[in-house]
Design a protein around this ligand. Sequence first.
Ligand code: ZN
Ligand code: ZN
Ligand code: ZN
Length: 427
Amino acid sequence: MIATKSFLPGETILSTSPQAYLPSENEERCATCFVKSTSLKKCKGCSYAHYCSRKCQIVDWKSNGHSKLCKYMVKLRKQLRNQSELSDAILLIKTFSDTSRRDFVSSMCFHVPTSSSLERSSKRLIHTIQSTVPWISKCSKEKLLQTLYRFGSNNFAITDDLLLKTGAGVYPEGALLNHDCVPNCVVTYDGLVQNIRCIRKIKEGEELTHSYVMFVVLLNLQHLTPTPHHTPTPHSTLQHRYVDVFATTKDRQDDLCMNYNFKCKCSLCSSTNDDRDSWIGEKSRRSDVLDFAERFAMRAHAENDVKQEIALLHECLRLRESCCHTYDRLILKTRNALMSACLSQGDYKQAALHCEIVVRMYSKIYHPMHPMTALQLSTLGNLRVEIREVEKGLKELESAVHVLRVTHGKDSSLVHSIEALIRDAST
Ligand SMILES: [Zn+2]
Ligand SMILES: [Zn+2]
Ligand SMILES: [Zn+2]
């Protein structure tokens, strides 16, 4: 996609609703608005879709294709082997239930999987869908299969303001943007609306890009109030396969090639003097030490006593630091877990210490306008205000909100809440 005019940082270049979407935790999120609740009501027809309100149920029925899916859900669930196949099937059926943007969907590129078992299971999935849902059997098998393949390299993980995954969506217009490891745009969501904003000045005629490289480490640390451990799990056989940003250039390129079928030739990938690779990855092949460290991490994860958990994590960190580079994702993961544990203990001072190191790691690995660094920086600012290091905290909150205005928009609720925090802390 090429810019037909110039853009300033923070300007929205594309704002679209999904062609089809589904929540990441079916029983915990409303299928229409993604609100998380413990009192959702099941659809009486299929007992599968969950809603927060009658209004959301009607929207799903009338506009999101549930009326064309509901009565086949029971049979589909019986026939499909796992949740990921079911997610693919629902997205596919919903995509085909609305014809208005079909042209856009068919403009997305696709690749036949290189693995023959994946190809076989995809064909089997289409066969099951066609034999279960009569109206879709009118569409050609080939067309359905191609759309399924398109999902593999084009679908988006929908995230909340804190970049935690809330679901998956088909955004055919957004899918037109190519990848760059140092992109000029970033994708965020306002509910289900996908916003693509520029993160730097863009000249007319320049290609618009965003990064397909996602963040895959534990993301449970953006709040002062600790949230339960959140592990992003692969949702589907064909969708949302992540390429890790905390990977060496070679690993990143291999992942992009495997998941998206291209060899990245961006400035970062072709740079020869990039010393990033020497900061991440294993220093030495000490798999015995790493295995040992992993055991400490697992024990820490299962530990109910926070003090004990922290002690185990420190042991794990010591071992990992002995054989990983400073910015290795394993170290990041341990620091994040330590910060989380300190937060739940109410030890904000220690939490701030770990948070500061995590911010440093993010700033080194991500490009300067990456929302992840800004989110972590806002947590750090928040913590500093709590421990009465107000001046430092305010500076961090200001830098965070400067980036978040660009990535999430000036009017996002996240930006407003940080602005309010700055106002409160300054008085
Ligand atoms: Zn709802
Ligand atoms: Zn239903
Ligand atoms: Zn690249």
